[in-house]
Design a protein around this ligand. Structure first.
Ligand code: HEM
Length: 483
């Protein structure tokens, strides 16, 4: 009872155990469980003996501050890359983070991304072609698969200077044949690694679930022969070694053509005349970009297409807006389209790809948040899942209604945080938004009458959100008739 958190509202058992929270985490329902606790207990809820969740705008601003930010909580140690080096995503050290962020930011800024826009156009065009082709051949296309290939190809090319070419090949399992045909000298082992890397990426969300739930067991995975743990451990090691080899290859390319290397988001860091970071950290950051920049964008696009195709009036309005674009439109033209951007904002509200569990640790001196004293070391967090469903801020919150963004209130804008917030806000958000604008435009220009398929028993139940760290649709598929 002397615990300084004992006055924070919450269910009685939260004071004693985190087992209930863990149970919901392992079922992919932690976010909706915490949301229910907010509905019952209010905006500030103690969710376990040492964790408090805030669902208010003021709480979110404090937890995710720009100035004097709280460091990320211990959970993020599980995101350490395979080589043990820290990256911008996982580091808990505020100063180290600030340095990494400063070195990485300019290459991925809105202005710099203009130089790589053509890659996004090319990849999106191919994705939409494949979606049309799959519909023609089989009656429906699994857009979730194609968007994952699209986003992985884009971030792969921008990070390693070398696309995974998943879109060309279409199916992961045949990638090896493709690589062998194109580069017979590349050797089977490289092909196998690339193939395996893609497989590891696709299973990332479930493995993150295990790594976060059992961090200490994962550390001992090489001694404990339980497949669940050894595989979660091994996949991180494999991804790290692939990232290392790709960066090494890119380094060789730069050495061979120092004046004209293919630009990537990391090129500047290889310039001997500029401030840089150790190579192990470049590799670790490359790995972070690939893992943070593929599923997130793909799942957002998947829900966007599904939500739009379910509502003929929304689809017709969007299709009309993008049809009126000039033939050689650029991303700048898309930024000016009101309805397209409202659709994207609304998708990111209702179907945020990383909507929960971004814990921060209160510094040793403690801090007051929303009138409650949080002692040093408390895990404080806020989940977009709840902020985005506040019925006062967003009336009828479960309804997909892009028009609510026509004249958004200040609270609507402040409560909207699909990319996190403050000093740790998503570094890839401009890239993600560009991908969302371009891919959505291409799809609805080419297939203005696209609709949700019922083939192979596909129904709304398939799209139930499962949330670990990343959110994905329950059955990992989304069938659309794009004809
Ligand atoms: C719709 C797509 C995306 C969504 C919804 C999203 C969401 C987020 C969120 C919520 C965070 C904060 C995580 C935290 O506080 O722990 C974050 C951070 C991050 N994201 Fe994204 N993201 C997206 C796309 C991307 C892309 C394309 C990249 C590629 C570079 C990327 C790279 C990162 C990195 C490196 C961080 C860590 C930033 C830092 O701590 O300074 N994300 N993202």
């Amino acid at each position: 009872l002397r615990n300084p958190l004992s006055h924070v509202p919450g269910p009685w058992y939260s004071k004693w155990t985190s087992m209930v929270l863990m149970y919901h985490w392992l079922r992919g329902r932690r976010a909706s469980y915490v949301n229910c606790l907010h509905e019952t207990h209010g905006k500030v809820v103690r969710i376990s003996p040492s964790e408090v969740d805030f669902a208010s705008i003021s709480g979110a601003k404090r937890v995710h501050a720009f100035v004097r930010p709280f460091p990320k909580a211990r959970m993020y140690d599980t995101f350490r890359s395979a080589n043990g080096a820290v990256n911008v995503f996982g580091t808990r050290d505020v100063d180290v983070h600030a340095r990494h962020r400063r070195l990485l930011s300019s290459a991925i800024s809105e202005a710099s991304l203009k130089n790589v826009e053509h890659i996004v156009h090319q990849r999106a065009e191919l994705a939409v072609e494949k979606i049309g082709l799959e519909t023609k051949q089989g009656g429906a296309a699994d857009v979730m698969k194609w968007w994952l290939y699209f986003s992985t190809d884009v971030i792969g090319e921008l990070t390693f200077g070398d696309s995974f070419r998943m879109l060309e090949q279409g199916k992961v399992r045949t990638i090896s044949i493709y690589w062998n045909t194109l580069w017979p000298s590349s050797g089977m082992s490289l092909i196998h690694r690339k193939n395996q890397y893609v497989h590891d990426l696709q299973n990332l969300a479930q493995r993150v679930r295990i790594r976060i739930a059992f961090p200490n067991i994962i550390k001992l995975a090489s001694y404990i022969p339980l497949p669940l743990f050894t595989e979660a451990y091994a996949s991180v090691q494999r991804m790290g070694s692939y990232a290392e080899q790709s960066i090494h290859r890119y380094e060789n390319i730069i050495a061979a053509q120092p004046n004209n290397p293919k630009p990537t988001l990391f090129t500047k860091l290889f310039n001997v005349n500029e401030e840089t970071m150790p190579k192990a950290n470049i590799v670790a950051n490359a790995q972070a970009y690939i893992t943070a920049g593929s599923d997130t964008t793909a799942h957002t696009l998947t829900y966007l297409v599904w939500a739009v195709c379910r509502e003929p009036s929304i689809r017709a309005r969007l299709a009309k807006e993008v049809a009126d674009l000039p033939d050689r439109y650029q991303d700048e033209d898309l930024k000016a389209l009101p309805f397209l951007n409202q659709v994207i904002q609304e998708t990111l509200r209702l179907y945020a790809a990383a909507p929960a569990h971004l814990p921060r640790e209160v510094p040793p001196a403690g801090s007051e948040i929303d009138g409650y004293w949080m002692p040093g070391g408390t895990d404080v967090q806020t989940q977009a899942y709840s902020m985005h469903r506040d019925p006062i801020v967003y009336p009828a919150p479960e309804q997909f209604n892009p028009s609510r963004w026509e004249a958004p209130s200040k609270d609507m804008k402040d409560a909207w945080m699909p990319f996190g917030g403050g000093a740790r806000v998503c570094i890839g958000l401009h890239l993600a938004l560009m991908e969302l604008r371009i891919a959505t435009t291409k799809l609805f220009r080419m297939h203005p009458n696209a609709r949700v398929s019922t083939l192979r028993g596909f129904c709304d139940d398939d799209m139930e959100q499962v949330i670990y760290f990343l959110m994905y649709p329950k059955n990992k598929r989304c069938l659309i008739q794009a004809s």
